[in-house]
Write a protein that binds this ligand. Structure first.
Ligand code: BGC
Length: 355
């Protein structure tokens, strides 16, 4: 089977008429659309030349932003007035395919997806030369930029939708990457505040985010998390040769990497804490950029072996679990884990392209 083309097909088959992507069509809990997943899916499409499909996603994102403009503006006003921001005022992280918030219990308050969306949109414009999109979507871009400038230093759920009371380095990396990517195109006044805040974010990451020589999952933790790779790629906050980044990758390889697959973090119990396809591809992406192509190829080959007979990739592979006792607990509670996961297919495409 041509896994690369199959992945493209899985993604295109599950793009909704609105432009959104359902995270995992067969897993009931993921039948919604996340800005985070969607951005990397759209980036994979852009790398393959499917620009129209990618553009439809970015337009869907802007439509969502405009629908909830009143919420974002209210949060910005509260922060400017130095008032508390109640959690239910904040923008959500996942939406229905038509771009409405989803009711019910969920860790909805996550900021990284908005940073990623800005970053992905800028990559799309760069690759296609469609600068008209900046002109058309500028009101939404500027609103999100203001929103992130106002909120980045507040705790929120991380990219795994956990630990809501913490400040996560990968979240700040995504915000940094998004703001840095669009700052040249926004108003002069906004660019000036963006530049000031970007340098505060960077100092913050180095002052608060390093312990024992490596970056940490969140402030006041000494754990690592594979999402710390975002500091290097794609959000380019930290040079991959910075000693703390080198040490972080060394620990990720030592503690979270096993025969080609990458775990999220040492204490992960979700479905027993298996190996995530998307993170494996991420480490491969980092290896390509740091001149270790053979290691990236070995990861790609490991991912090739995770495709099932229908050509689908799961969210995580279950052959090597960090906490096997928890596997059945999740399985009994939620059913089999997510498959196909569109974000896994996207990261596979990205890794193949980068190799
Ligand atoms: C993951 C998120 C992801 C969502 C949808 C969650 O379990 O932790 O990163 O956005 O699933 O794929």
């Amino acid at each position: 089977m041509d896994f690369y083309q199959k992945s493209r097909q899985v993604i295109l088959d599950h793009q909704m008429s609105s432009g959104a992507f359902i995270a995992s069509p067969a897993f009931v809990h993921y039948q919604y659309c996340w800005l985070r997943d969607g951005t990397f899916i759209a980036y994979a499409l852009d790398l393959m030349g499917d620009h129209l499909a990618a553009e439809r996603f970015f337009r869907w994102g802007a439509m969502v932003v405009e629908r909830y403009r009143h919420k974002a503006s209210h949060v910005i006003d509260l922060v400017n007035l130095r008032k508390d921001v109640p959690v239910d005022c904040l923008l959500h992280a996942r939406f229905t395919e038509d771009g409405f918030e989803v009711e019910g219990e969920w860790g909805t308050y996550q900021l990284d997806g908005y940073g990623a969306w800005l970053w992905g949109l800028s990559k799309h414009v760069k690759r296609t030369g469609h600068e008209f999109l900046y002109a058309e979507l500028m009101p939404s871009i500027e609103l999100i930029l203001r929103y992130l400038l106002a909120t980045w230093s507040k705790p929120c759920f991380d990219c795994w939708e956990e630990n809501s009371h913490r400040l996560h380095l990968s979240t700040v990396a995504a915000i940094y990457g998004g703001i840095a990517a669009v700052k040249e195109y926004v108003s002069t006044e906004l660019r000036t505040s963006a530049e000031k805040e970007l340098s505060r974010m960077k100092s913050w990451l180095f002052q608060e985010g390093i312990k024992e020589g490596h970056f940490t999952k969140y402030v006041e933790s000494d754990e690592i998390d594979a999402s710390l790779l975002w500091l290097h790629v794609p959000f380019a906050v930290v040079d991959p040769l910075h000693p703390a980044m080198l040490e972080t990758v060394r620990l990720i390889e030592g503690q979270l990497f096993f025969e080609g697959g990458v775990h999220r973090y040492p204490q992960d119990v979700y479905y027993g804490g298996g190996q995530w396809i998307l993170l494996s591809a991420w480490l491969g992406w980092h290896f390509v950029l740091t001149g270790k192509k053979n290691k990236a190829l070995a990861i790609k080959q490991w991912i090739d072996r995770q495709f099932d007979s229908d050509g689908y990739l799961p969210e995580q592979a279950a052959h090597h679990l960090l906490h096997p006792d928890h596997y059945l607990v999740w399985n009994n509670q939620l059913g089999s884990s997510a498959k196909p996961l569109l974000w896994s297919h996207a990261m596979y495409i990205i890794l193949c392209q980068k190799i």
